[in-house]
Design a binder for this molecule. Structure first.
Ligand SMILES: [Zn+2]
Ligand SMILES: [Zn+2]
Length: 132
């Protein structure tokens, strides 16, 4: 089991089993919502993810139709995302984990949106959009 938390410690969560990923997403939405070059996500089954503290502080934002991104309303830390189109799956913001999840970086996606000031510069596969 993995545990995770936001920066201020209000929101805490647990993930059973292994996460899948890690995807580094360069889409404009991830850039804006994280304030970074890209967002980093590991996926888990929805029934293996639970909020254990701070549910009241968790705020959802519909970043695209049917997709909610949840963050701590006190410190602003991104926690997870959930899409109606894929209800069985949770995208965990991998930087919110408290320890090494054991999995390693797998893909760069939406590289077509990549900032010009950032070089991917790894041996990982790169995709212009979401790979099929
Ligand atoms: Zn917080
Ligand atoms: Zn993205």
């Amino acid at each position: 089991m993995q545990t995770g938390s936001c920066h201020c410690g209000t929101v805490r969560f647990e993930v059973d089993g292994d996460l899948q990923g890690i995807f580094h997403c360069h889409c404009e939405t991830c850039q804006k919502l994280n304030g970074t070059a890209y967002g980093s996500t590991g996926f888990t089954a929805a029934d293996q993810f639970r909020i254990t503290a701070g549910n009241d502080a968790l705020t959802g934002y519909e970043s695209s139709p049917g997709k909610q991104r949840y963050f701590c309303s006190r410190c602003g830390a991104p926690i997870y995302a959930h899409a109606e189109s894929n209800p069985e799956r949770i995208g965990v913001r991998i930087g919110a984990l408290d320890s090494d999840p054991g999995i390693r970086s797998k893909l760069h996606i939406w590289v077509s949106h990549k900032h010009p000031w950032f070089e991917v510069n790894t041996s990982l596969p790169e995709f212009d959009e979401y790979p099929t």
